[in-house]
Write a protein that binds this ligand. Structure first.
Ligand code: CTP
Ligand code: CA
Length: 226
């Protein structure tokens, strides 16, 4: 008989996923970084590719292994500014951006071109830091009407209040709020709350990162079906 093959739900969709944590160099050997492992971003990239999406995975300082999938293009970046430039480049013709990366908020004003040395008579070191660009905020200003932007919010307190502020200030379609008061970094389990413009926040039950990833990718699928 004739075989009916249903097209995959995200076939021909271009999705950008950022993962890991950006690094800000202090000198040639040191940096400011964070504890993001890249697990959630990679799980989301894989879940999207499984549904046929063309994924650009923009990653910084991950501690887990990269996916090897013909539908996933892995692009390495280091600093927040690098990540912004690459995200902007791919954002132009993408259908959705999922900003999972933990982006460094601060960088040194000037990266030292030689290794900073200690002095015998020096007990303290002051680093003067300046803000990095907000990638989500910058890119949402360039958003076309059919593009979907999903961000994350890691909070230790006042989860809903802080996350809904981010939803508004960053002008994202979705913010996935994550309670990091207990150390979740590198864990396989996750519990998230989904915030969006028009719906009340939805708290998901505790599940594996892969299950959370599938759930979030399905939200994107539903957005495309609207
Ligand atoms: N984000 C970003 N650019 C930054 C900082 C954060 O694009 N310079 C993105 C993150 O990838 C995430 C969302 O914004 O999707 C929220 O990040 P988070 O660190 O929770 O929020 P901040 O706005 O940095 O505020 P704070 O760290 O003070 O809570
Ligand atoms: Ca931050």
């Amino acid at each position: 008989g004739k075989q009916i093959r249903r097209a995959k739900k995200l076939a021909n969709k271009k999705i950008i996923v950022t993962a890991g944590g950006t690094l800000e160099a202090i000198d040639p050997v040191r940096f400011i970084g964070n504890r993001s492992s890249g697990k959630m971003g990679i799980a989301i990239a894989k879940a999207a590719a499984n549904l046929g999406a063309n994924v650009t995975l923009i990653y910084a300082n991950i501690t887990v292994s990269l996916p090897h999938d013909p539908l996933i293009k892995n692009v390495h970046v280091e600093s927040t500014e690098d990540m912004l430039n690459i995200v902007e480049k791919y954002f132009v013709d993408c259908n959705a951006l999922i900003m999972v990366a933990a982006v460094a908020d601060w960088r040194v004003k000037r990266i030292a071109d030689h290794k900073l040395k200690k002095n015998a008579n020096q007990d303290t070191l002051n680093l003067s830091l300046i803000k990095t660009p907000d990638i989500l905020k910058t890119v949402s200003k360039q958003k076309g009407k059919d593009q979907i932007i999903m961000g994350f919010a890691a909070e230790t307190n006042e989860l809903l209040k802080n996350a809904s502020k981010k939803l508004q200030e960053k002008d994202a379609d979705y913010i996935i709020a994550n309670d990091v008061s207990q150390n979740v970094f590198g864990n396989d389990q996750d519990q998230v709350t989904i915030l969006s413009r028009h719906n009340t926040p939805k708290k998901l039950k505790k599940m594996s990162k892969n299950e959370v990833a599938k759930y979030l990718v399905n939200i994107i699928v539903q957005e495309f079906d609207k």
